[in-house]
Design a protein around this ligand. Structure first.
Ligand code: ATP
Length: 368
């Protein structure tokens, strides 16, 4: 296994004809970090990964591994292991031959024999005893674990995973992601993971970069980006959220003529959570006013409004209640099914999150 490898992307831009796939992307990934790129289809995640792997010529900016500048360094000389979404195992080779493939032209790390190395990796991915099978005798999850073992075999400094689980069903994805996370942290290998699945991103990552339209919108821990989104896009992309357009007036946020107390609200743009009132640059004008479904309650709270129940879904541990608030869609989570069509919905000011209108020019524009 290689030494300390932190990754740096600075000012990376890449266009394909008229399509700007990456616009001035800068990211820092720490040594041993599980770092995830998340965002909608076409936002530039795969292009970022390919830029790190060396498969793209950049229009601007640079990629460094530690203090080593990588422009002009071919993919095979970068010491990266890559797993793509389509397993791409060699069908005519056994599991052992697939995992050992990358060792044909390289020395085995730690002076092990090739057989020992392959055996260790199959154990690592819980496939000891599967070495003689052909890929078509494996389940989808097992094939992905073989692909992971093959990528890890030469002892890369950096592991790049591009939607490695997208072809698998939900239950299998959940167990595989736990396994991938365990393997990553056992090896302490710097990992960049691409997914469009926000729940997966929040579940496995040390930090997450939320991307949109070729740009990085926000980087932070899963808790940071979920609880303190800096842009409306991030607020709406990660998890269920209710995002309303509001105006700040006399220290309240007014949404559809109803004034909500925001004292104690978590204002984005600088103010720490729990700080009284709004941050200085959210003190007037348009804002996005966000309250998560789990923070809305049926019944009066210190802030409240009236809405009509449109639909109720039973989720097992709770109900997801879809409401209409004078033409606005609202979602809340409750442990009990509502008993009337017309309900009062309440929430505490400290559970609201306010995003300054001017931020990135999009806080108050519809994002879709
Ligand atoms: P997905 O989740 O759908 O895989 P993504 O976030 O990984 O999407 P990219 O594959 O990085 O997105 O693509 C970013 C943009 O660049 C898209 O608009 C895509 O159509 C475009 N693009 C990517 N590769 C090429 C290429 N080789 N030629 C032309 N356009 C490309």
């Amino acid at each position: 296994m290689g030494g300390v490898t932190d990754l740096h992307l600075s000012g990376v831009s890449k266009s394909f004809g008229d399509v700007a796939a990456l616009r001035d992307v800068s990211l820092e990934v720490a040594d041993g970090e599980f770092f995830t790129l998340v965002g909608p289809s076409g936002c530039g995640k795969t292009t970022t990964l390919r830029a790190i792997a060396g498969f793209e010529t950049l229009d601007a900016g640079d990629v460094r591994f530690g203090d080593r500048e990588m422009s002009g360094v071919a993919p095979e000389d970068r010491d990266v292991g890559v797993v793509f979404q389509n397993y791409a195992l060699f069908p005519h080779m056994t599991v052992t031959e697939n995992v050992g493939y990358g060792l044909r032209f390289r020395e085995t790390p730690g002076g092990q024999s090739r057989e020992e190395r392959v055996g260790d990796l199959l154990e690592l991915v819980d496939l000891a005893g599967f070495g003689e099978r052909d890929p078509d005798e494996l389940s989808g999850g097992q094939r992905q674990r073989v692909a992971l073992a093959r990528a890890l075999a030469p002892g890369p400094d950096v592991l790049l995973l591009d939607e490695p689980m997208s072809a698998l069903d939900a239950r299998l994805r959940q167990s595989l992601r736990t396994q991938v996370k365990r393997i990553q942290s056992d090896l302490g290998i710097t990992t960049v993971y691409v997914t469009h699945d926000q729940e997966e991103a929040l579940a496995v990552s040390d930090r997450v970069a939320v991307m949109n339209d070729g740009r990085v919108e926000q980087v932070g821990t899963p808790e940071d980006v979920y609880r303190s989104p800096e842009t409306r896009f991030v607020a709406e992309f990660l998890g269920d959220n209710n995002v309303f357009e509001g105006e700040v007036r006399d220290g309240d946020v007014v949404v559809a003529g109803t004034a909500f107390r925001v004292e104690g609200a978590d204002a984005s743009a600088g103010s720490p959570a729990g700080d009284p009132a709004l941050a200085p640059d959210v003190s007037e004008g348009s804002v996005a006013f966000c309250v998560r479904p789990e923070h809305l309650e049926l019944g009066p709270g210190s802030n409240s409004f009236e809405a009509t129940v449109e639909a109720v879904e039973f989720l097992g541990e709770s109900f997801r209640v879809h409401l209409d608030w004078d033409g606005r869609e609202v979602v809340l989570r409750e442990s009990e099914r509502p008993t009337t069509d017309r309900v009062r919905v309440g929430f505490d000011p400290e559970d609201a999150h306010v995003i300054a209108g001017g931020r990135a020019g999009k806080a108050v524009e519809p994002s879709r």
